[in-house]
Design a protein around this ligand. Structure first.
Ligand code: AHR
Length: 494
């Protein structure tokens, strides 16, 4: 019997709600069609935003949304996306499919989307091909309350009041699509650009995020922290799970046992990456002032057959639910340093929580994981440990059979999220709570066969159901977790 030990008396770090953040880029059908259909669309919308999608996203409590990229950010010139829509510049989206970007979704529309979602704002500025002046004027346009050229322009465009911008990224992937820079060069550019990201609202200073490393480029983190550490609030990290590698990637729906375990093994690598990058950050920031911001993560497969390769549209199976479940558990456990994370990408792109087709919408298995994990947002991580055995097909791609994290909310309610990584075996679990008497338990389970996914014809193949097959006595809860499963338990104590 696998034992899960929870110590409710040992409270660790606060799980920042922003760890459950999302990312929306001008890429494929994420913004256009997925989130924004325009005011004149026959698809029900509020100020152009799809009502069905916004309502579904509100249910999972989106804490923060990153925009406009990604690689798109370092080619985006924000002034192209303001003013009367008919006179906005039409341009080529060179990164993503070479399609026409008509700029009908710009600053005002993004801020309206965040208003409807009730989430914080994370804007990624253009350092790669933009100027310091352009970045500084965007901040003025967004946040300055008073008389100034940009505040005047904003009010001419219909918005008198400034907005609040909580997070601002100074460039994206500047080691690659954001300008192919060396870390030393970027760090110096970062220092210059961030100087002009002014805090016009002293009560709500902008949290400035420096471009961080690609996967395991530890030298990038070292150099950027050394040169620019004192000038930032956060540094990013990007890591995608490509089962077969960057070139071939692998199918989202067609995979065998070996690739199942290989994918989960790669998802687990997030733990090592955070640990090693954090060690470097600790050297320059022992007080943990600087947050590690994993602002792009998720599974990235070969595009669905017959779709535009530049649109990165992929399906989402129960395997993705486990990639999400494992990764979010890892973020919870590193919440002393990880302050925000943004799944790539919200709708119709990589590991999306929602897929749309015309006026239809489906929720993916990953959506349901975010729903089941939402009680962790703002809760306190508890000390927990689970006994595991090692499973898999290939020696070098083994994984633990079980993976967990546990938190406590302010009212004392405990949330356990437990994953079974096996695609064949179920495991009996004996959870033991130190010095605690259990009062009530409620559960939810997401499970299925390893290839299961939701389609527009069958939208509920993978959906969560209530989980009641447990026994609770004194300080123990016993149950069996089926293969390919995620269980969430909500526990109150006496
Ligand atoms: O999410 C897709 C792309 O992946 C982003 O635009 C870029 O930042 C990363 O390489």
């Amino acid at each position: 019997m696998g034992k899960l030990y929870v110590n409710p008396k040992k409270k660790l770090s606060t799980i920042s709600p922003e760890i459950y953040g999302h990312f929306s880029e001008h890429l494929g059908r994420c913004i256009y069609e997925g989130l924004y259909v325009g005011e004149n669309s026959s698809i029900p919308n509020t100020n152009g935003m799809r009502t069905d999608v916004v309502e579904a996203l509100k249910k999972i409590k989106i804490p923060v949304l990153r925009w406009p990229g990604g690689c798109f950010a370092d080619e985006y010139h924000w002034k192209d996306g303001i003013g009367p829509k008919e006179s906005r510049k039409k341009m080529i989206n060179t990164h993503w499919g070479g399609v026409v970007e008509d700029n009908s979704f710009g600053t005002h529309e993004f801020m309206e989307l965040c208003r409807q979602l009730g989430c914080k704002v994370y804007i990624n500025g253009n350092l790669g091909s933009g100027t310091v002046q352009e970045m500084s004027e965007w901040i003025e346009y967004l946040t300055f309350n008073g008389i100034s050229p940009m505040a005047d322009l904003r009010s001419k465009n219909g918005r008198e009041e400034p907005w609040t911008v909580e997070y601002f990224g100074v460039g994206n992937e500047n080691w690659g699509c954001g300008g192919c820079m060396t870390p030393e060069h970027y760090a110096n550019e970062y220092r210059r650009y961030q100087t002009y990201v002014r805090n016009y609202n002293h009560d709500k200073p902008i949290y400035k995020i420096a471009c961080g490393a690609n996967v395991d480029d530890y030298n990038w983190t070292e150099q950027v922290m050394r040169i620019a550490g004192p000038f930032m609030n956060g540094i990013s990290l990007h890591y995608y799970v490509h089962p077969l590698g960057w070139q071939e990637k692998g199918s989202a729906t067609d995979f065998d046992d070996t690739i199942w375990y290989l994918t989960l093994n790669k998802a687990l690598k997030m733990d090592e990456l955070i640990t090693r990058h954090s060690h470097i950050i600790d050297k320059y920031d022992p007080d943990k002032r600087v947050g590690l911001i994993v602002d792009e993560w998720g599974a990235w497969y070969t595009v669905e057959p017959g779709t535009n390769p530049g649109f990165l549209y992929q399906q989402n199976t129960i395997r993705d639910a486990l990639v999400a479940g494992i990764t979010l558990n890892i973020f919870n456990k590193h919440s002393d340093r990880v302050r925000m994370a943004n799944l790539a990408q919200m709708v119709n792109v990589l590991q999306s929580v929602i897929l749309t087709e015309g006026d239809k919408m489906i929720l993916t298995p990953t959506y349901h994981v975010f729903d089941m994990y939402k009680e962790h947002q703002g809760a306190t991580l508890l000390d927990s440990y689970i006994e595991t055995s090692t499973i898999g097909v290939e020696e070098e791609n083994m994984v633990p059979n079980l993976h967990e994290s546990v938190s406590m909310k302010e009212d004392g309610t405990i949330t356990i999220t437990l994953n079974n990584l096996s695609n064949t075996e179920s495991y009996p679990i004996n959870s033991i709570f130190a010095d605690t008497i259990i009062s009530s338990v409620e559960g939810t389970i997401l499970t299925g066969n390893m290839h299961d996914y939701n389609t527009f014809q069958n939208p509920n193949v993978v959906s969560p159901v209530s989980f009641t097959q447990f026994t609770a006595n004194d300080n123990c809860i016993d149950f069996t977790i089926p293969p390919c499963s995620i269980i969430q338990l909500t526990i109150t104590t006496k």
